[in-house]
Design a protein around this ligand. Structure first.
Ligand code: GLU
Length: 479
């Protein structure tokens, strides 16, 4: 490539919420731009007005921003090559289509949908791959005028020259196509809007995109796009096609496997840092084998030509594990901010911010998703439910331990965790020596009474956070 600046783009269609696969494509473009000091552009491909919606567009913006994949140029921030929304560029495409007609690379086609359906039917009957018949290729000016006079609006087709087309894919290596197998394809629809293949080339050309990095589901479009670049006399960008992301059962990743939209992952309590780290591993591998890395570390270690050309499996279990790791190690104040919206069924005002952070701190260890905190923090906010621990509370240990614990706890210094820790240790020793209770049994009785659970946050911290009044209240209710 010449010395020209790296310019990449992510070009989602707002016909759905941002898919995790598109997020991966966005990330790889972002990483490549970061690594090469290039620019990363967001373009909204909404030529299909029926399928596009403002809500999906907003979801795409919000999800990319949540992931930190902020763009240098785009519909909201502008830039020198705007507008960045195809529906605002509808006046641009016809000019280039006309240019191709004038140069003999394209022609008007008056075939109706019925005509084309019939051609498809015949091809199917003959069991041959469909190619447009070129019925309209050689219409005379008079014939065309006559059809237009009847009110028939033409589409515009690109005239495909049969040849061997070779390009070097950044990810897949050399790829060869026989363009003779591609029929003359539409570049403009009869309603005056461009087709995807045409709009994408005109925009990538005008936006000076140097590298097109996208999913391999677009590989079959690439020869068509290269033919258009050639016809327009425009420099051809480098292409890199990423392998697909498959579900654990190797089928197409879909909702039945779990969340697929970035916003749904976030709603379930995945951290965007974990999501980003995880999707990076769908194609990229760290050179030092350490998988947990932030986006800057990944960018530093990212080489597009080393990206795997094969499909990747979306292992939800691995994502869960990774999310748990991020939850364990995240700054506690940041984690608390993220956790609060998940806990809105509780009266959070019961506690100070510092105490809330403490609650999150002592409950985060085993969780994989933020929404797990709802269950794991419940007993801090609500009176415990005792059905799980009925046996323990009815048992001999509890009957002896709880009254004594209650009278002792009155003397605990609740501002001093060490004091609580030492007093509990003394209590365990006392019951062991005087009643032969195992330390574990003593603690089970106390935990069951205060939380209704046999497992949970550290007991000293739990007692301290609940506070003297609440601890005594819970004990009184049981004794
Ligand atoms: N709008 C296309 C998509 O969402 C973009 C494809 C491309 O990157 O060229 O799949």
């Amino acid at each position: 490539m010449s010395e020209e600046k790296v310019r990449v783009r992510i070009a989602p269609s707002p016909s759905g919420n941002l898919h995790i696969g598109t997020a991966r494509t966005a990330l790889f473009n972002y990483l490549f731009a970061k690594k090469t000091g290039g620019e990363y552009v967001l373009r909204i491909e909404d030529t299909d007005l029926d399928r596009s919606s403002e809500a999906y567009k907003q979801n795409i913006f919000d999800s990319l921003k949540a992931l930190g994949l902020n763009w240098d140029e785009g519909p909201d921030v502008g830039g020198p090559y705007g507008p960045y929304k195809q529906s605002e560029r509808f006046d641009i495409y016809p000019k280039y289509a006309q240019m191709l007609i004038d140069k003999g690379y394209a022609y008007e086609c008056f075939c109706s949908n019925e005509d084309l359906d019939e051609e498809h039917r015949i091809a199917e009957e003959k069991k041959i791959p469909y190619k447009y018949s070129r019925k309209c290729l050689n219409l005379t000016k008079e014939q065309k005028d006559e059809l237009k006079a009847k009110g028939i609006k033409p589409s515009i087709r690109f005239k495909v020259e049969a040849k061997e087309l070779i390009f070097n894919d950044l990810v897949k290596g050399e790829l060869k196509f026989d363009t003779g197998l591609i029929g003359d394809f539409a570049i403009m629809k009869s309603n005056g809007t461009p087709t995807y293949n045409f709009a994408v080339v005109v925009d990538d050309m005008l936006m000076k995109i140097s590298h097109v990095i996208r999913g391999e589901d677009h590989i079959s479009n690439t020869p068509k796009q290269i033919l258009i670049y050639e016809a327009l006399g425009a420099p051809i960008p480098k292409f890199g096609h990423l392998g697909m992301i498959l579900a654990p059962d190797r089928s197409k990743l879909s909702k039945r496997h779990g969340a697929t939209a970035v916003s749904d992952f976030i709603k379930e309590g995945y951290l965007t840092e974990a999501l980003l780290n995880f999707v990076a591993l769908l194609g990229w591998a760290p050179s030092d084998g350490v998988e947990i890395k932030n986006v800057d570390e990944i960018a530093a270690d990212f080489r597009i030509n080393e990206v795997s050309s094969s499909n990747s499996i979306f292992e939800y279990e691995k994502l869960n594990w990774m999310n748990g790791q991020y939850i364990k190690h995240m700054d506690i104040s940041k984690l608390t901010d993220l956790a609060i919206p998940f806990l809105n069924m509780y009266d959070l005002n019961k506690y100070s911010r510092k105490q809330l952070e403490h609650i999150i701190e002592v409950t985060r260890e085993p969780i994989t998703l933020l929404k797990d905190l709802v269950y794991d923090t419940q007993y801090f906010f609500e009176e415990p439910k005792y059905n799980e621990v009925e046996e323990i509370l009815k048992g001999d240990v509890a009957k002896v331990v709880l009254p004594k614990f209650k009278s002792e706890v009155e003397t605990y210094d609740f501002n001093n965790e060490e004091n609580i820790h030492d007093k509990l240790a003394e209590l365990r020793t006392y019951f062991k020596e005087n009643h032969g209770f195992k330390p574990k049994e003593t603690m089970w009785a106390i935990r069951s009474a205060l939380t209704g659970r046999t497992r949970g946050a550290d007991m000293v911290a739990t007692i301290q956070i609940l506070g003297k009044d609440e601890v005594i209240k819970r004990l009184e209710k049981l004794i």
